[in-house]
Design a protein around this ligand. Structure first.
Ligand code: NAD
Length: 490
């Protein structure tokens, strides 16, 4: 029998790390009989147990969300805003705890990566809470008016990956809730803890059933995507899993937003003063251990710059320390999990077997228990090699030489993915012209990874369907409903 615990006794600051983690279902915190191991990737050891939900418990969360939808969806925007602001306040109280927990479970450096992630997530809730989708008049004459209402969908199911467990979840939850939906989140089993804690914190301020967090095996994912009472799946993860989600959602014609994989190219044009931009390019590729969807995964440099560029890039890379994210000197933490660590080794093996030129890194210190992968830079591997064609999602970067800008654009676009990309050059007009030819949902010119609550974020081709952020992103948590009104009483 699963224990139900009083909401107000949980996740007090003193037991944030040592206390048990709970599912949240119907406003209650649930301790489960079964649990699963959570590994700290910096030491490669289990450091916590996360609750493992049964299929029945996920069902209960969905039923509770369906019940809560009735009253949540009819609140005014102002009322929902005030709930979300209280939620942001409650998270803010635990900001430092969430930051530390994020580094422990995910590995990312605490000050430079985990803290900004939590801060951005809290700020995102506040900003989204202030946004509205008011009724619009789309047609009107003397006798008739047509209103367009943006009505909430119902229960939204969120499925998230392990690279940004806090931010990516709240990017889904906040817009879903402000537009009147209720939400059931299934985080990845690799990084469940921060999500469980922000689920617990939510129960103090949100009505029961509005937000539930349910962790357990990957099999909960298909249960959510198949479920007839889930109106929409908001998914972030790999393209492969995204295809499963899409197939499964077809059964009940669910709405889906899919934020999937990428193989983003950065193109450094011949007129670039590359010494100035090397730190941006380096962190654009190696920040978060290279584990970001819009990370630079292929770096195309014009032949005239190539030799000096590689030398300067490697020099900069050598200044960056790899290690435990709790160490303030560390810039690149461990790879998040063993599966990904092993996958990265297959890239390295292929690079070595093919005799490609490794100009930095490439040797793993197997004596370390953490999943530390050295910053690895490969100079000009063949275009058809694994490291160029596939998404590495880790700290290995190919630097590729090109001769003609048209050729660089063609090579950048020769991918099943179309998530992001960047173009770098002194002639801004020329750089923008190149950016306009990149087949991607987001392209940056002389900057990278800037984003905003009103700026659509999403991929094209096999990088996804739909978008997050912006008015478009919020509209995707609603159905358009047109109401035709004859003005003259008969
Ligand atoms: P993943 O696809 O392996 O897992 C993502 C989530 O899907 C997890 O919660 C997992 O439990 C769940 N899942 C697994 N099988 C499922 C199924 N059959 N049905 C439903 N859910 C299922 O991805 P990952 O390894 O956690 O994350 C890395 C990938 O995510 C990379 O490809 C990266 O590019 C991508 N990503 C994309 C974005 C974006 O915004 N486009 C952002 C971050 C990460």
């Amino acid at each position: 029998m699963n224990a139900i615990t009083q909401v107000d006794k949980i996740a007090a600051p003193e037991d944030f790390f040592t206390g048990r983690y709970h599912l949240t279902i119907a406003g209650k915190l649930i301790e489960t009989k079964d649990s699963f191991d959570v590994i700290n990737p910096a030491i490669g050891e289990v450091f916590a147990q996360a609750p493992s939900a049964t299929a029945e418990q996920l069902d209960e969360a969905i039923v509770a969300a369906k019940v809560a939808f009735k009253s949540w969806s009819v609140l005014t925007y102002d009322e929902r805003q005030s709930y979300l602001e209280r939620y942001a306040d409650a998270l803010q109280e635990h900001r430092d705890d969430l930051v530390r927990l994020l580094t422990l479970e995910q590995g990312k450096p605490l000050e430079t990566m985990a803290a900004p992630e939590v801060d951005q997530a809290i700020s995102y809730i506040r900003q989204i809470a202030a946004r509205r989708l008011p009724v619009e008049i789309v047609e009107e004459n003397d006798s008739h008016v047509v209103e367009l209402h943006h009505v909430p969908l119902g229960v939204v199911g969120g499925i998230t990956p392990w690279n940004f467990p806090v931010l990516l979840s709240l990017w889904k939850i906040a817009p879903a809730l402000i537009t009147g939906n209720t939400f059931v989140l299934k985080p990845t089993p690799f990084t469940p803890l921060t999500a469980l804690r922000f689920g617990e914190i939510a129960q103090r301020v949100l009505p029961a059933g509005v937000l539930s967090v349910v962790t357990g095996a990957d099999s909960l994912g298909p249960q959510l995507t198949n479920h007839p009472d889930i109106a929409k799946i908001s998914f972030t993860g790999s393209t492969e899993t995204g295809k499963h989600v899409l197939r499964s959602a077809a059964g009940t014609v669910k709405r889906v937003t899919l934020e999937l994989g990428g193989n983003d190219a950065a193109i450094v044009l011949p007129d670039t003063d590359y010494k100035v931009i090397i730190p941006q390019l380096f962190w654009g590729a190696f920040g978060h251990q290279g584990q970001w969807c819009v990370g630079i995964k292929r770096l195309y440099v014009h032949r005239s710059l190539h030799a000096g560029f590689v030398e300067a890039f490697v020099e900069y890379a050598k200044t960056v320390k790899v290690g435990n994210g709790l160490d303030p000197e560390v810039g690149v933490g461990p790879v998040q999990n063993k599966m990904q660590f092993e996958k990265l080794k297959t890239f390295l093996a292929d690079i070595k077997a093919d005799g490609q030129t490794i100009v930095l890194g490439g040797d793993i210190d197997e004596s370390q228990s953490g999943y530390f992968f050295p910053i690895t830079i490969v100079d000009n591997p063949p275009e058809d090699s694994k490291i160029v064609q596939e998404e590495q999602f880790g700290p290995i970067l190919p630097i590729l030489v090109y001769d003609e800008v048209d050729e660089a654009v063609d090579r950048a676009n020769a991918s099943i993915y179309g998530l992001g990309g960047s173009v770098w050059g002194r002639d801004i007009k020329a750089a923008v012209a190149v950016a306009n030819r990149i087949e991607a949902g987001m392209v940056w010119v002389n900057e990278i990874h800037t984003q905003g609550v009103d700026v659509p974020f999403g991929g094209v081709k096999q990088s996804g369907i739909g978008t997050e952020h912006g008015r478009i992103g919020r509209e995707l948590f609603t159905n358009p409903k047109t109401v035709f009104i004859h003005k003259i009483q008969k």
